[in-house]
Design a protein. Structure first.
Ligand code: FE2
Ligand code: FE2
Length: 144
């Protein structure tokens, strides 16, 4: 089965019309696709080289998510966004979940790479549509 299956990637419905944030969201989905390039079949138990390659991408994704959350929260502070506490707690929970999954994955692939990738994909999709989008409307009203 192709490991790229079911990966929707960045779509127009994610656009917030805040260029820096849109660029970062796009980049995150591009990085996500790199997990599929790191190992040809994410459903099977990976060999050591494949695990290393996947972990490299996961590290990159984690660092990039951290940078992105910091950027986004700075935009929120700029306009005193009332939803910032909820956003921050969701961002922090994502980081905690990803770090835990990555550790489990490194300790003998207890969870398959596909599960981590799908978790990140679905989390980002839902988070952008349900939380980042309402923020962007607030931001544009305040700054536009
Ligand atoms: Fe975001
Ligand atoms: Fe966010």
């Amino acid at each position: 089965m192709s490991s790229k299956l079911n990966l929707i990637g960045f779509t127009e419905e994610y656009l917030l019309d805040i260029p820096e944030i849109d660029e970062q969201h796009k980049r995150f989905f591009d990085l996500l696709a790199k997990i599929g390039d790191a190992a040809p079949d994410l459903y099977k138990v990976l060999d050591d080289d494949e695990v290393d390659a996947v972990v490299d991408v996961l590290d990159e994704l984690r660092d990039y998510a951290m940078l992105h959350f910091r950027t986004e929260e700075a935009y929120m502070r700029e306009v005193d966004y009332p939803g910032i506490a909820k956003q921050k707690s969701e961002h922090n929970r994502f980081m905690t979940d990803v770090i835990r999954m990555e550790a489990e994955f490194m300790n003998g692939s207890a969870i398959p790479a596909i599960k981590i990738r799908n978790f990140m994909h679905d989390w980002y999709r839902e988070h952008i549509l349900e939380l980042d989008k309402p923020f962007s409307l607030f931001y544009k009203e305040k700054t536009g």
